[in-house]
Design a protein around this ligand. Sequence first.
Ligand code: 4NP
Length: 150
Amino acid sequence: MKKVLMVCLGNICRSPLAEGILKSKVNTSKIFVDSAGTAAYHIGNLPDERSIEVAKKYGIDITNQKARKFTVKDFDTFDFIYAMDKSNYENILMLARNTNDKEKVQLILNEIDADKNASVPDPYYGGNQGFEDVYKMLEQACERIENKLA
Ligand code: 4NP
């Protein structure tokens, strides 16, 4: 079973969408998908209402998710760890114990544009359009990930 972890800061806006989108594309009995945040602010919370709404608009229910914090154990559990932005990426790498851990971590948008090192913008302080934009980027990236894992 391949295991994929989506990581953002709060685990309430971006990574829950990435988790929901990838789950909608793969056989979840063969590929395990989860998400986490590098910060502890929202542990136990549902995804942000605006993420729930944009996912619902595209037929995906993410209301079964609950925020949790990324832990060093996630390096043992997961094969692929996707960071939404550069800050998340650096925070995850700081916890890596060895090169094997480090090699699991990638910026998710590099699946679309390999060397661009682009970030999925944090939509938390913006409006609904930000969530729509994030959804579209993650939809494209998850399509690539699905092809890669198949
Ligand atoms: P996320 O968005 O990292 O995509 O879940 C954020 C959620 C909460 C906060 C920042 C970003 N916050 O500062 O509480």
